[in-house]
Design a protein around this ligand. Structure first.
Ligand code: M6R
Length: 607
């Protein structure tokens, strides 16, 4: 989604802004631009398309020691140079960059046009530049504050004034704004990854807050003009983890990082002495955990499929009724919130609008909600009652892989902790602790199948459509496998519970439609093999994904993807790796932009 970077200091701003925008590219965008403050003027440079288009348009020397940059993902108006941010007021003295949606933009635009303002873009954001220019006050901060009181909608906003060199004002309502504190220089960004090579000390704004800054200091305040204070936090992940490090794509790198990222999710959380897991951040005592009667897990996209896996896993181990639901569906259906239900939201970015809205709905109604998040200090992480950081490290590729495996790992830890509070015996607890410890090794073994899976992908990526089927805990993995294939290869893919095939989808099975059948070696293996027979009888090509030695699977399948033998608690996690590799190689064979698939953004911070 749209990205923001702003800088004020004693260095040339343009290279800092362009490098920052490059860090934001992974979030998805279709145009970009920068504004520089130089000699009491604001110069803007904007271009539709990739960042390289903007770079081509920049003069060899771009003066200015303060400025701001933006990557735009079109919502109002097409992806054109004119609609790209920054936007200027008519006199050119106020410049803005904006993430979010101004809901009363039409009404504001009409009123401004009536007073003689001429708009030069079709965006909702441009009203902010004109509105601030039309709201004079003693300070820029006060102009912005007064203007925002007239605005309905969401914003992460940065403003510059030609007459105030080195000064930046930013405001937040529903879209992240982070202040970066450097040595005699300051940054503003929507994503801390953009400034990590300059500073690790950051302050997150809350909704309804503004910040004004120069190169030496910053002041927080609220829309009601009260002052605010907040401790800074230090970001600990390595800036190197944002580089490709020799991999062809971020997606490939992130898939191969999974033994390490899952190891980080597990680190310090397994307790051999009591044969359990310990998740420190839940902020719930054992007694409070014991009083929970039901679990409801919410997320979007891949996170929703992880939520489904989590619900299965918790219900099996803790014997607590557990279910998952897409966060947006939940929040729009006026849900009942029960005091003895534990609500859990799962989100890699911690900024997904629908998931955040679900958190707010639950809390407004008095419910207790935990978060499973990857980005430290993200909005969801700050608004929940407690939770788990996945520590997967930054995920750059739009398609989620290592965050998914760390979500599943977090849920397995939680299921074990809850299970041991209920009726998992110490003996079985020990078996599960030992199984979990082997996750990184099992993932690494699954990744060893990269070359045979790449060869298979070459054969099957010509298909127009594919099916993915699995039973019980393999079904969410089938859903996630199909989503991965759709997202990055654009091949149509649908997932079904294997048992549902005969209730309709079987009509679509033919020699041109491959089915990926998940066959983990468990009690349901015979039933899953019968699905293979159903498909073969209709001459459908079958790719079996299995860790069983059953000769029947080999006989009935056109190809077999092997994943390692492991405790069945780990099956969803380990099978998922094989499906990631398959989707990746299909996409690469088809020449797709695997890291930035069309129409998609890394985090969806709007409705
Ligand atoms: O940041 P989140 O985990 O909340 O994001 C949720 C979804 O938007 C995300 O998982 C999306 O489905 C990805 N493109 C999946 O690869």
């Amino acid at each position: 989604m749209c990205g923001i970077i702003a800088f004020t200091g004693n260095r040339a701003a343009a290279p800092i802004l362009i490098a920052g925008l490059r860090r934001l590219e992974y979030r998805g965008y279709d145009s970009s631009g920068i504004a520089l403050h130089s000699r009491n003027k604001i110069q803007i440079h904007r271009a539709a398309g990739k960042l390289s288009q903007l770079e081509k348009k920049l003069p060899a020397k771009v003066a200015g020691k303060s400025g701001m940059g933006h990557t735009r993902w079109a919502t109002h108006g097409e992806a054109t140079d004119e609609n790209a941010h920054p936007h200027l007021s008519t006199e050119g003295n106020i410049a803005i960059i904006h993430n979010g949606i101004i809901e009363n933009a039409n009404a504001l635009r009409k009123a401004l046009e009536a007073s003689g303002v001429i708009f030069s873009s079709q965006t909702d954001s441009e009203v902010l530049a004109h509105l601030i220019a039309a709201t004079p006050a003693e300070t820029l901060l006060e102009s912005v504050r007064q203007a925002l009181l007239q605005v309905q909608g969401t914003y992460g906003l940065v403003v510059m004034d030609a007459e105030r060199p080195g000064e930046l004002v930013a405001a937040r309502n529903g879209s992240p704004v982070i202040v970066g504190i450097g040595e005699k220089e300051m940054f503003i960004t929507s994503d801390a990854n953009a400034i990590l090579s300059h500073t690790r000390e950051v302050v997150h704004l809350d909704d309804g807050e503004l910040v004004s800054m120069d190169q030496k200091s910053f002041q927080l305040s609220t829309l009601d003009a009260a002052s605010a204070t907040r401790e800074s936090i230090t970001i600990t992940h390595d800036a190197g983890s944002l580089e490709l490090e020799g991999y062809r794509h971020y997606l490939l790198k992130e898939m191969f990082e999974q033994p390490k990222s899952v190891e980080r999710t597990l680190r310090g959380r397994l307790d051999h002495r009591f044969s359990t897991a310990r998740l420190g951040g839940l902020n719930l005592t054992a007694r409070e955990l014991l009083d929970i009667r039901r679990i409801k897990i919410l997320g979007c996209g891949t996170a929703y499929y992880a939520a489904m896996c989590g619900a299965n896993c918790i219900e099996q181990l803790a014997r607590l009724p557990s279910s998952a639901e897409p966060a947006a569906e939940f929040r729009y259906r006026n849900p009942l919130i029960e005091p003895d239900t534990l609500y859990i939201v799962v989100s890699q970015s911690g900024e997904t609008f629908d998931t955040l809205a679900a958190v707010r709905e639950i809390r407004r109604k008095g419910g207790r909600v935990l978060g499973i998040n990857n980005v430290v200090g993200s909005t969801i992480a700050r608004e929940v009652d407690g939770g788990v950081y996945m520590h997967a490290g930054p995920e750059v590729s739009v398609a989620s892989t290592k965050a998914f495996s760390s979500m599943l790992t977090s849920f397995m830890l939680l299921a074990l902790q809850l299970g041991r509070i209920h009726d998992v015996s110490p003996q079985y607890g020990t078996v599960l602790v030992e199984a979990l410890e082997r996750c990184p090794e099992k993932i690494a073994e699954a990744l060893e199948q990269d070359a045979p899976i790449a060869a298979m992908a070459k054969k099957y990526c010509v298909a127009k459509s594919m099916f993915y089927i699995g039973r019980t805990d393999a079904f969410p993995i089938a859903l996630e496998g199909a989503l991965k294939l759709k997202e990055i290869s654009y091949i149509h893919a649908e997932a079904y519970p294997a048992s549902e095939l005969k209730h309709g989808p079987l009509a679509l099975i033919d020699p041109d439609t491959p089915t990926i059948v998940l066959l983990p070696d468990n009690d349901l293996l015979d039933k899953s093999i019968s699905s293979l027979q159903e498909i073969k009888a209709r001459k459908g090509p079958v790719i079996a994904v299995t860790n069983s030695d059953s000769p029947e699977i080999v006989e009935l399948s056109d190809d077999v993807i092997r994943f390692p033998a492991c405790h069945q608690f780990l099956h969803p996690l380990v099978m998922g790796i094989s499906l990631q590799l398959f989707a990746y190689h299909c996409a690469v064979t088809m020449g797709r932009d695997v890291d930035q698939p069309r129409n998609l953004a890394k985090s969806v911070t709007v409705e």
